[in-house]
Every structure is written in C-alpha cells, then in structure tokens.
Write a protein that binds this ligand. Structure first.
Ligand SMILES: C[S@@+](CC[C@H](N)C(=O)[O-])C[C@H]1O[C@@H](n2cnc3c(N)ncnc32)[C@H](O)[C@@H]1O
Length: 317
C-alpha cells in the first residue's frame, strides 16, 4: 500500500489543477476522447473481447423494443447524471454506452492483471471473486435477498447472484439489479438469457421504491467513482433503510491508495479525469467516515486487487 492516501492528479494538488485546466479545452478533449476510444476498442479486440461483434448482435436483438416497458416514467434524472461521460455525450443514457458496457467491463478486468495474459473470463472471475470472498465473510448466515445498485448491463449482478446461489444450494436466492439508465437495463435483460435475476429495476439509488428492511446484501460495484460525493452519501442513507438489520453493504471501486492508480501514466489519468467528471470528488471522498456518519457499522477496507478496494459496512442489528 502506498503512503499517500490519493493520487496527486486528483483533488486540489498542483498537478491536479494543471490537468483540470488542460481538459477544459473542448477541441483537445474531443481529439483525446476519439483517439482513446479507438485504442480501447483495438486493445480489447486484440485481447479476445468481441467488442464490435457484441454491439452488432445487440443491434440485431429485440433490445430496443424493451425500452418502454423498462423505463420508469416517474424518474427525474439528477443534474450530475446528465453530463457527458466515458466519452459518450449523453453519458449512460444512450444505446452506444449500453452496447459497449459489457466489453468495457471485460477490458477493465483485464487491465488489472495486464502482465498475466489472462482470458477476459478468467480476469472477470478473479475481479469478482476477490470481492465476493470479502463480502461473504461479513454476510448474514442465510442470504435470501440481494440488490446490486448501479448494475449497468448486469455483469456484476449475475456474478453476485451465481456466487450466493452456488454457496447456498438449499436456499432460494432472489437478486435484483437497479440502475438509472434504461438502456443499460434493457441490455442487462437481454443478456440475462436464463432469467436468473428476479427484476431489473429502473430507479434512482438515492430514492428507491423498496420497502424498509428488504435485503440481506446490497452492493455498489464500480459506481461511486461515477458520482459526486453528495450523491454517494444519499445512496448510503437509502441503502441503510432497505437493508435488514445485520445485513451487509459491499462496495468495490478504484482504490485511491493503490500505487498502480497513483502512478498511472499522465496520458491515462488526463483521459480518465476528462471522461469521468466526478474524479476529484471521488478520490478525495472519505467513504468510511461517511458510512459511519449515516449510521452504518463500518467494518473494513481491503485492497482486493492491485487497483481496487473493497469496503464493508453492516446495518446494526
Ligand atoms: C460503472 S457502472 C457499474 C458497473 C457494474 N456494477 C459492474 O460492476 O460491472 C455504474 C452504473 O451506475 C449507474 N448509476 C449512476 N448513478 C446512479 C444512481 N444515482 N442511481 C442508480 N444507478 C446509478 C450508471 O447508470 C451505471 O450503469
């Protein structure tokens, strides 16, 4: 673990402020964004991720016809969600982002163990496996109801569901995925071919329609780095309400204290900051204190892989 708590390229440091000035230039941002996209797709394809094929297959599927039934018309999108994100002008609210999300998720896992020549599947299993192990150590003895908040296209949701189902062969496990993007949820539904997930819910994580005390396990996997800290705090409060006493919240996300993250090459951190607008806020956000402040029993933070940390908190029994 590095001595520094966060990278110099995030927050109020001189380097961070220089980066922020640089990315204010719109033409430069557009150029960088397009080049980075091409590199990302090329690298993914070279590593066995069928990026373009997956998009083509989704385009041909029934996915777009699912949008209306999935969309919750009562949702008002918060301003922080309506900004360009990950090089998509409409952020997560567009088909391109949704069609590419599975491949981008596979690429993200491969990057963690770049030198090891893993297959995309092996990397994904290792990424999720490290998190599940820690989560399991703090889970109630019997887990029946699981919620994956910010489920995107369901890669995290399916892996989580299968983990608990496999572990508790005699218990019926009901898993729900919630996301604010109806396009992501439509793709999740198509990819959930065996309908293993009970429900794909279009909802705002800060204000869900779930009853009090309705889940044993709730996860936030790679969601917080996409949010301003006030939104994360609102989500923690809502999760505390819907967890059962003794239930567990598991968070996995970029680790500000990771030497790999702190020493990213300048081109990469500039790009990351330019396509993830809440980076400064995330890398300086004290997640653990905020969990305690909203009423969780904070348990631990563990570097679950070279780039990410797992944070565990319980709802007091
Ligand atoms: C990086 S993706 C998560 C990936 C997924 N959990 C995984 O581990 O593969 C972040 C997701 O959080 C969702 N999200 C962001 N803010 C949200 C909010 N306030 N309520 C619900 N979902 C939100 C986004 O739409 C996006 O799909």
């Amino acid at each position: 673990m590095a001595d520094k708590l966060k990278p110099d390229w995030a927050g109020e440091d001189f380097l961070s402020r220089c980066v922020n000035r640089l990315i204010e230039s719109k033409p430069l941002y557009r150029l960088m964004k397009n080049q980075a996209r091409q590199v990302l797709i090329k690298t993914a394809t070279k590593n066995g991720i069928p990026w373009k094929e997956d998009c083509r297959n989704l385009e041909k599927s029934e996915v777009k016809s699912l949008l209306e039934e999935i969309t919750n018309p009562n949702i008002t999108y918060p301003d922080y969600y309506l900004v360009p994100f990950h090089a998509y002008d409409e952020g997560n609210l567009c088909w391109q982002a949704a069609f590419e999300a599975d491949s981008a998720t596979q690429s993200m896992a491969l990057r963690v163990w770049k030198g090891e020549n893993l297959t995309p599947e092996a990397a994904q299993n290792r990424l999720r496996g490290g998190f599940h192990q820690i989560l399991d150590n703090y889970s109630p003895t019997v887990v029946k109801d699981i919620l994956d908040v910010g489920c995107s296209v369901g890669v995290s949701t399916l892996a989580l569901h299968r983990y608990y189902k496999q572990k508790q062969q005699n218990t019926l496990v009901r898993t729900v995925g919630l996301d604010l993007s109806p396009q992501m949820l439509a793709v999740a539904k198509v990819k959930d071919e065996k309908q293993e997930i009970s429900q794909w819910v279009h909802g705002l994580a800060e204000k869900t329609d779930f009853s009090d005390n309705s889940f044993d396990v709730v996860t936030l996997q790679f969601v917080l780095h996409e949010l301003p800290s006030f939104a994360s705090q609102g989500i923690f409060t809502e999760i505390l309400r819907i967890l059962r006493p003794g239930g567990v919240l598991g968070i996995v996300d970029n680790n500000p204290a990771s030497p790999v993250i702190q020493n990213l090459p300048p081109a990469l951190f500039v790009l990351m900051k330019s396509t993830e607008p809440w980076s400064d806020d995330y890398y300086t956000f004290d997640v653990e204190s905020t969990l305690t402040q909203v009423g969780f029993d904070y348990k631990t933070t563990i570097a679950s892989d070279p780039r990410h940390r797992t944070i565990i908190a319980l709802k007091k029994a």
